[in-house]
Design a protein. Structure first.
Length: 100
């Protein structure tokens, strides 16, 4: 019975949307939403979005007010990288074949 616990845990997590692949897809969705919002094709301007924050500061990049776009860009980068790192760790921990 103890040998089945990792398999059941993986099945439950993948079924609930918390698996490594689903977490990685969330990072792609965040990047896609930010890209579309930056281009003006995403969320309306009344909704908060990192892509809109970057787009609003884009015109000020060369005027010395780079921080208007820089900090939302860093936040977006850190969010995507951290989600991908969590997905990699979940895959390594929850993959029963990876255990040695």
């Amino acid at each position: 019975m103890p040998g089945y616990l990792p398999l059941v845990l993986v099945a439950v997590l993948f079924g609930c949307g918390f698996g490594a692949m689903n977490v990685a897809l969330n990072a792609h969705a965040i990047a896609l939403e930010a890209t579309l919002s930056f281009l003006g094709l995403g969320l309306p301007i009344t909704e908060p979005s990192l892509g809109l924050l970057i787009a609003n500061g884009y015109q000020y990049l060369l005027s010395g007010k780079y921080w208007i776009s820089f900090f939302p860009g860093v936040a977006l980068l850190l969010t995507i990288v951290s989600i991908n790192l969590v997905a990699d760790q979940l895959r390594d921990v929850l993959n029963p074949r990876f255990q040695q």
